[in-house]
Write a protein that binds this ligand. Structure first.
Ligand code: FAD
Length: 486
């Protein structure tokens, strides 16, 4: 990793350049020659590149970067939080990126940095179980900060034959594992299910959460450059609409994070990129519940911004369609406001109740984050439905820019669809935006992501049952005291 000018901040162009390498990325059966120009990956790379450039822009530098103790400027996404002020800084970063991407990038650039920081937060446990390699974890975190690295992550197994999964039994051939150790490093073989934005990233954080099933050779945490020989990324079909479609698809035309299936064909991982080996305990979901506190809070904060975007859209729709005085509409808009206000309260409460980890990293409160995420996921479909309903016919009866560019058609469209001084063309643009936000394939992928990427609501509640138990016991004793129950 190379340090860049004036501290450690890449420009957008340097970030693009860092992706033009030998990475093996496949899209619809063809090898992608250059992810920075390919239609499935390039537009999102441009969005990320804007964020890199914004690190130096006077109006955004304050949020996106901070001065380290040595005075060098680095990305806030790699700030290791020790105080509440640090957490507030990190929240501001997440919110800025969420507004920039309209909340549709589920794994925005700070989320896997949060996972890496979460691993650092349990460094003493890594030292205990993997003493020879654990220091690499701390060293890499600083290196990633100084390299202004865009880090993706993969921890979940592919959805193949369950008999060949880590949790199944004797057939271990398909399980991601170390097949060789050399002087240079470990050689790994196997696959991981989904690497969101992996084709658009510099490196991949690789691990797993399959303790107690995982065997020693299948236990490692490491970071692997996306261009490592033998690493193959197979992308799903994109839902992005492509450049030039900014009127017809105001959101989908801005690109999207890719999702790639990741195959490791005997990939050499240098020792300095490995932070644990043959330590199955470090793959315990209970440990990951601690590790992922920041990551899930980051996701919650992004959902909070998305809810605020929904609220802003609801207000605009009610005004443009002339519906603001109707009680039923106020109820629908009020429901969206309620959603946004509750998520905001939850994100702030998790920050306020933050506690330090064994590695002295301050992480948001796990119970609050779980409860809020479960609420957010349960309620999300209702909110999307409310927004769709507010649009009435308009969400379906949308027209293309070319229709409005045709004077014959534009005359009809403007005469019948103009509303409250808002031209039909402008109103249609708003509805195109709502389509991309709530109903298109782009919105569908985003909604699926919300529900599946970090445990669905019913699994969050299973964890909440365990994690909230000490509080419930406390409440139980008070209740018993009130009624004199022994
Ligand atoms: C858009 C998207 C992006 C993603 N990005 C990433 C990423 O960047 N990195 C990464 O590592 N992963 C990523 N994931 C993977 C994600 O974490 C998993 O999809 C998720 O953990 C569910 O695992 P699975 O898909 O293997 O479900 P499966 O194990 O195949 O299960 C299918 C369904 O059954 C449920 N289920 C399975 N076992 C049980 C059980 N014992 N009890 C109750 N219910 C059960 C699951 O919750 C799920 O609803 C992404 C997924 C999506 C959809």
């Amino acid at each position: 990793m190379t340090a860049t000018v004036e501290g450690f901040l890449k420009t957008g162009e340097e970030y693009r350049g860092s992706l033009r390498d030998e990475r093996e990325v496949w899209y619809r059966g063809e090898r992608v020659a250059d992810v920075t120009t390919h239609h499935a990956t390039a537009d999102a790379i441009d969005l990320y590149a804007d964020l890199y450039d914004q690190q130096r822009a006077p109006e955004t530098a304050e949020v996106l970067t901070y001065a380290r103790e040595d005075g060098r400027q680095v990305s806030t996404c790699w700030l290791v939080p020790r105080t509440k002020a640090d957490l507030a800084r990190k929240r501001a970063f997440t919110e800025h990126v969420a507004w920039h991407t309209c909340g549709l990038m589920g794994r925005q650039p700070d989320i896997i940095a949060w996972t890496q920081i979460g691993l650092l937060a349990v460094l003493p446990t890594f030292r205990k179980h993997s003493s020879e390699l654990a220091e690499n974890l701390a060293r890499y975190t600083t290196e990633a900060q100084e390299g202004n690295i865009h880090l993706a992550g993969v921890i979940i197994e592919p959805q193949g034959g369950r008999a060949r999964s880590a949790m199944a039994g004797e057939d271990r051939a398909g399980v991601l594992q170390v097949v060789k150790e050399t002087r240079e490093g470990i050689v790994v073989r196997g696959a991981r299910a989904v690497g969101s934005y992996a084709p658009q990233a510099n490196e991949l954080l690789v691990g797993g959460i399959y303790f107690p099933h995982v065997r020693p050779d299948e236990s490692f945490w490491a970071a692997i450059p996306v261009n490592a020989p033998g690493l193959r990324l197979i992308c799903r079909e994109t839902t992005a609409a492509g450049e030039g479609a900014s009127y017809d698809h105001p959101l989908a035309s801005r690109g999207e994070e890719s999702d790639a299936f990741v195959v490791f064909h005997d990939v050499l991982v240098p020792w300095d990129r490995v932070w644990s080996l043959r330590a199955p305990q470090l793959h315990d979901p209970a440990l990951f519940a601690q590790v992922s506190r920041g990551e899930h809070w980051c996701g919650l904060t992004r959902l909070c911004v998305k809810a605020e975007i929904f609220a802003g859209v609801a207000q605009t729709l009610a005004e443009v369609l002339g519906l603001t005085t109707i009680p039923a509409i106020r109820d629908a808009v009020g429901k969206i406001s309620q959603y946004a206000a509750i998520l905001r309260a939850g994100a702030l409460a998790a920050e306020e109740l933050a506690s330090p980890t064994e590695g002295d990293v301050l992480l948001p409160d796990v119970v609050t984050v779980r409860a809020m995420r479960a609420y957010a996921l349960d309620t999300y479909p209702e909110i999307v439905h409310a927004l769709q309903e507010l649009c009435g016919q308009g969400l379906v009866m949308r027209f293309s820019e070319r229709d409005f560019d045709n004077p014959t058609l534009a005359q009809d469209l403007e005469y019948y669809l103009e509303h409250n001084g808002v031209t039909a063309r402008q109103k249609n643009l708003l509805l195109n935006f709502v389509w991309d936000l709530t109903t298109s394939a782009h919105a569908g992928r985003s909604a699926l992501f919300e529900n599946v990427n970090g445990l669905p609501a019913y699994l969050l509640r299973q964890l909440l049952y365990l994690e909230h138990e000490p509080d419930r016991q406390r409440f139980k004793r008070r209740v018993a005291g009130i009624i004199g129950l022994e």
